[in-house]
Design a protein around this ligand. Sequence first.
Ligand code: NAG
Ligand code: NAG
Ligand code: NAG
Ligand code: NAG
Ligand code: NAG
Ligand code: NAG
Ligand code: NAG
Ligand code: NAG
Ligand code: NAG
Length: 454
Amino acid sequence: MFSSPLLLTTALCATGVLSHSPNSYHFDPLRHLAGVAPPFDPIDPPLDPAPPQGCNVTRAAYLVRHAAIFANDFDYETYIEPFTDKLKNTTVDWTKVPVLSFLATWQDPITDAEQEMLTRSGKLQATKLGVDIAQRYQSLRTPKKIWTSTAERTVKSAKSLTHGLADDESDISVVQIQEGEEDGANSLTPYKSCPAYSSSAGSDQSSEFLEVYTKPALGRFNAAAPAFNFTATDIYGMSLICGYETVIRGSSPFCNLELLTPNEWLGFEYANDIQYHYNTGYGNPVSGAIGFPWVNATFNTLMATQNNMSNATTDQDLYISFTHRELPPTVLVALGLFNNSAFSGANNINGTMPLTTINHNRAWKSSNILQFLTNVAFEKMECDSFGFDRGTFYRVLVNDSPQSLYGCSDGPGESCKQEDMMPWLAERASVVGEYGELCEVDYSNSTNTLGIYN
Ligand SMILES: *[C@@H]1O[C@H](CO)[C@@H](O)[C@H](O)[C@H]1NC(C)=O
Ligand SMILES: *[C@@H]1O[C@H](CO)[C@@H](O)[C@H](O)[C@H]1NC(C)=O
Ligand SMILES: *[C@@H]1O[C@H](CO)[C@@H](O)[C@H](O)[C@H]1NC(C)=O
Ligand SMILES: *[C@@H]1O[C@H](CO)[C@@H](O)[C@H](O)[C@H]1NC(C)=O
Ligand SMILES: *[C@@H]1O[C@H](CO)[C@@H](O)[C@H](O)[C@H]1NC(C)=O
Ligand SMILES: *[C@@H]1O[C@H](CO)[C@@H](O)[C@H](O)[C@H]1NC(C)=O
Ligand SMILES: *[C@@H]1O[C@H](CO)[C@@H](O)[C@H](O)[C@H]1NC(C)=O
Ligand SMILES: *[C@@H]1O[C@H](CO)[C@@H](O)[C@H](O)[C@H]1NC(C)=O
Ligand SMILES: *[C@@H]1O[C@H](CO)[C@@H](O)[C@H](O)[C@H]1NC(C)=O
């Protein structure tokens, strides 16, 4: 069919395909909800997730955060409950307050009994991840075992995944790894046995930015309903409710962009990014040492062959492990990914995350890194690709986006050559430091290695 160039141009402009579109701005708060973001592919960076030309994946490993829960205890007690308690008690007649009128009939979807449990949509999404993995690796064998830390939400996520991954879920046994406080690096929750790690690290820095970004919303809401006395933590709590209510009920009036503006959602996200930067990111000197043992054990397991390793580590093609939100970001630090300072030649760690204004061009975005069901995948590939020697290569994907490992990315699709993997790992070990030393371990039977896969 023939289209005149003029008509074609007009059509493309109308759909916004080939033009600037200041008058059709689109913003989705669900992609900026940090730890309570429903799963999505951030496409960061936008590299093609398909195996590079000439490459077959022969093994893969996944580290997965549990799927969506009703609410995290800390989030609920610190931000949500104080707000919902005030709501129960208030004399404000919400029906007369335009943007907030839904509060007249809104019911809190989070009950005490279900608080830390997986939601129905969480189970569905974990099952879907199992299907996605089965479809992606059709020539790999269904694993005999997958691993999970012992919390109910991680165990249920693992079990839900087996429904999608296996023909019959009883084909896969779900191995539970205790979340002990004296297990050194030998668990899927190594931060819990790291005395130098504090779960509240980053709160002070994040609170500083909370005061900055909530100012306009506070002004607006307190002008509309002065008797309620909205606080900065109420505004933050409303954003958390948007995430939790969405994964519980399927939608939430708190996600409405007339309630909080796109700039305010970006402020919420950045407040979280600051928190995680100092908690499990580059802003905490212990992060990389906590994440490294999983990286090392996983690459070594994928590299192992029948000749030089016990059969236990070589009798599976897929290694899948479930954990909590803290571990994946530390693994990314161990890998040197999403480093705000990368390529800068400097390492001004704090300077990359100012507490008074958003660094919009940062690499470290918690929504992309630790959303519900976030996953870090390693793939081993056999390649015979134009422009490269035939051989074995490794690749890392984060939520389906291939990542380029700094200093080891000259294989097909920016992958890392097998011969370069060991020296690269040794270099990372020296950059991030040793678990026992950085964690200031104070019990006698600690270990610096993760041994659950063999
Ligand atoms: C509820 O209102 C009463 C009376 O104004 C007040 O004493 C009480 O502290 C309020 N409770 C909460 C949780 O705000
Ligand atoms: C150290 O001992 C404690 C208490 O017996 C145990 O729970 C823990 O698993 C041990 N740690 C390691 C790394 O074996
Ligand atoms: C509003 O809330 C803040 C924080 O809880 C409190 O310090 C302040 O006294 C309250 N103001 C009014 C007018 O109730
Ligand atoms: C990495 O794992 C290998 C194989 O398990 C082990 O020999 C080595 O000591 C580990 N390296 C570090 C730095 O922990
Ligand atoms: C195991 O063998 C592979 C292939 O021969 C080799 O590349 C790798 O370094 C060996 N791994 C260990 C831990 O010896
Ligand atoms: C691994 O399995 C093969 C074949 O089943 C067997 O011959 C070999 O002894 C096993 N090796 C080890 C280290 O267990
Ligand atoms: C982050 O990047 C800077 C600059 O390249 C580098 O000096 C630093 O070692 C990196 N941090 C980690 C933990 O890899
Ligand atoms: C970065 O911030 C942390 C936490 O506030 C502080 O302990 C550390 O000294 C700062 N580092 C530098 C280089 O300023
Ligand atoms: C990839 O798999 C295909 C189909 O089994 C095979 O023909 C090809 O040789 C394999 N390529 C490599 C590099 O192993």
